[in-house]
Design a binder for this molecule. Sequence first.
Ligand SMILES: Nc1ncnc2c1ncn2[C@@H]1O[C@H](COP(=O)(O)OP(=O)(O)O)[C@@H](O)[C@H]1O
Ligand SMILES: [Mg+2]
Length: 455
Amino acid sequence: MSLASCTILITQQTDRSIALTRSLSKALQLGTAKTVNLRLGSKNVTVALKPLNRKGNLLVIPASVATSIRLPSPGKCQVKATGNRELQIGPLIGFLTGINIPDGKPGQQKQFIREFLEAGHDRSYTFAFSPSGVNWRDEVVTGYFPLPGGKWVRRTVPLPDVVYNRLGHRGAEKTMSIREFKERFVSRRIPIFNWSFFDKMDVYRLLEDDLQAFSHVPESSSGPSPEEIRRMMEKHRFVYLKPTAGSLGFGIYRLTYNPEKGYFARYRKDGSNVLIRFPRFEGLMNMLRRQNIRLPNYVVQQGIRLIELDNCPIDFRFHMTKNGEDEWVVAAVGAKKAGRGSVTTHVRTGGMLMTPEQVLSTVYGSRGADILVKAKEVAVKLAEAIERNYPHRLGELGFDLGIDQDETIWMFEANAKPGRSIFKHPALKVQGKESLNNLVEHCLFLSRFRARRES
Ligand SMILES: Nc1ncnc2c1ncn2[C@@H]1O[C@H](COP(=O)(O)OP(=O)(O)O)[C@@H](O)[C@H]1O
Ligand SMILES: [Mg+2]
């Protein structure tokens, strides 16, 4: 296989031949071939080859040929020659979203989609699409390409070479129709990564047999009975009760037990933090029942005594991506300081976003840098372990990690479709861009538009 970056031009000629400059032809080792099979995504057409007497890596395609492979536009991309006289243009990267792109409404998610598509702009054909945009019979997708000035253009293109799944609705993703939809890519050998949202307990279970990784998971118990909650509280004195499919801190209770004083529950109610004491365990359970907590949907978890700043607990978001070499890397780390009296560190509940350097140097002085290095190593190991034990492809993970008073690192949750709010911090903007670059490179890797190290 040989691979080159090139610029594609479209002309109004009607013949079935494409023209390549000498440097492109040489880079692709085309030799004396007279015809090739020109491919984009799932479409291909046989064309004659002509030389083009110009400088640089240019590929000129007549409009009729461009139409038959549904090439969306001229521009920069990659071209690949495989042994059997095939010239593949691409990659065609599909960003799968539930968002309605053409409705004209701005939004954070749309901004993120645009940033990702623009990150891929100079080396791929990258577009956003929704499940309803796919026509399986004709093997085409109607998707949206970004235009300068915030506009979008709608184009129908072949099935992509790789799919980055960012469908944003937890419930919808579990439905049979969406599962079948995703399976259809798999059965056509189109890599799709970020299979679906994780439930917290599923991730803890995935790591059960991975001794090293599991040592970073607090003791957790799924769908606990009141007896189990009581046992955990007696053992750890401090537990978290959280919905296994929850997010953003909704529905979380911090429960503590003091043999002299009784049981305490801290949680968020109507926009403020409350702390209630119950002399007896039954009182605590009655409160949970009154709040319609459905224990089968909850996890009770050993509470971790986090490091603190100004008496407020701190935890960390590790944004992990895979890169062009198929390795897990820490794209960025954000530190989150809990709002006063809040059970979680979310900004929504008064939390504050900081850099890990700020926090760790305040807490640990000059040792802070070493602790961050160690935490990054743990995060990479955790990502590798999750991937090893998970039956689908992953390209991105957002870990909520805590460091306790003994410097042990704990994983509270792994998000398979991590939010990007940490990148709002001015010091993390560069890493935000870098994370998108990693994901584009990973798409190049998965679609085989990147040289692979022989293994
Ligand atoms: N076992 C625990 N011990 C201490 N703090 C925890 C524990 N579990 C969660 N937290 C705190 O609550 C936050 C939210 O928990 P998390 O499991 O990430 O749920 P969510 O999906 O709502 O974000 C964490 O970022 C952490 O600050
Ligand atoms: Mg979280």
